[in-house]
Design a protein around this ligand. Structure first.
Ligand code: SF4
Ligand code: MG
Length: 322
């Protein structure tokens, strides 16, 4: 399978009162055609900033270095005009809270229609038909009626379906979904994930799925990268990750997932919190929270080591490469 997206040495910085800080710091990964890649980590680890860097939607004070190649095109060197042809068309995004990305003043039908009209040479009539077809495809009851309704008239789950309909309307080759089900209750969450999986199988689109939820990852993903403090700390095929997680951070995340069939009252959690971008520890960034930390860990930063397919940024595995 060939790569649809390649991210190389991505570095995203922000100008702040404390000076320039890196929120994404030398990130490498790729997404294969038709694959769902999970991007996992606590909030503040750079997952969303990575996706906004790919879409070139960073706030004004942000800047990006490195290389992002989408289907052979170098996204960081495209003009804004060419980027607009890709955004929402070849790469679409689905966000956590549809209320903030849907326009409250326009009907949902009109919003899907506009996405189609922006990128396709079709008549208004054809765009309307596409909008209704998409509402059907995402399992909306009474699609013709929903077409004329406003976002506030719909439930959270239905709004998320509208977002998916909008994202899929132009047949994107890649969908970046940032915590798409986090705001929904568990039953609706399962329905939305099932819908995304079904649409992916029908269309062959690739998905970059950002989540802090390893249950969602197990359900949806083919491969996973784990991010910590702006860096990739582990990369693995889904089975490898769950059978033999390597990085102490990944292992910590796994231990804090409640077993579905077990009522565990106390979940183990990782002590401490993700360091702030302007207060990165020297050496391994996870060292202040790591129960396996050794003297070298706070002195020198470990590289992302290739352990034979699975990759891990940790001194515990350094001898493997020597
Ligand atoms: Fe823990 Fe050291 Fe590995 Fe960092 S390098 S995760 S501190 S053992
Ligand atoms: Mg986020």
């Amino acid at each position: 399978m060939s790569d649809i997206l390649q991210v190389q040495q991505l570095r995203t910085r922000f100008k702040t009162d404390q000076g320039k800080v890196s929120v994404v710091d030398g990130v490498d990964f790729s997404i294969r055609q038709g694959e769902t890649l999970g991007v996992v980590g606590e909030s503040g680890c750079g997952k969303s900033m990575t996706s906004l860097s790919i879409m070139r939607l960073l706030p004004q004070n942000g800047s990006t270095e490195g290389k992002i190649t989408f289907e052979g095109k170098d996204l960081l060197s495209l003009s804004e005009k060419d980027m607009q042809k890709i955004r929402g068309n070849e790469i679409a995004m689905i966000f956590q809270e549809p209320m903030t990305s849907l326009n409250p003043l326009h009907t949902v039908g009109r919003q899907i229609e506009e996405a189609v009209l922006l990128h396709r040479k079709v008549t208004k009539e054809e765009a309307k038909k596409r909008a209704i077809d998409m509402l059907k495809a995402v399992g909306m009851p009474r699609p013709e009626e929903i077409y004329g309704e406003y976002p506030h008239q719909l439930s959270g789950g239905m709004r998320q379906r509208v977002m998916i309909a909008m994202a899929m309307a132009c047949d994107p080759k890649l969908i970046i979904a940032d915590e798409p089900t986090t705001a929904l209750d568990v039953t609706i969450q399962a329905q939305i994930l099932e819908l995304m999986q079904k649409l992916k199988e029908q269309t062959g689109t690739s998905i970059m799925l950002i989540t802090h939820d390893l249950g969602v990852v197990a359900e949806m993903c083919d491969r996973v990268i784990v991010m910590y403090a702006g860096q990739v700390v582990e990369e693995a095929e889904i089975n490898q990750l769950f059978e033999s997680p390597k990085h102490p951070y990944t292992i910590g995340l796994m231990n804090s997932v409640p077993e579905l069939d077990e009522e565990r009252e106390y979940l183990e959690t990782i002590p401490g919190s993700v360091p702030l971008a302007h207060q990165m520890p020297s050496g391994c960034r996870f060292a202040p929270r790591c129960s396996k930390a050794m003297p070298i860990c706070s002195e020198k930063q470990p590289d992302l080591l290739d352990l034979g397919g699975q990759k891990c940024r940790c001194w515990l595995y350094a001898e493997v490469n020597e």
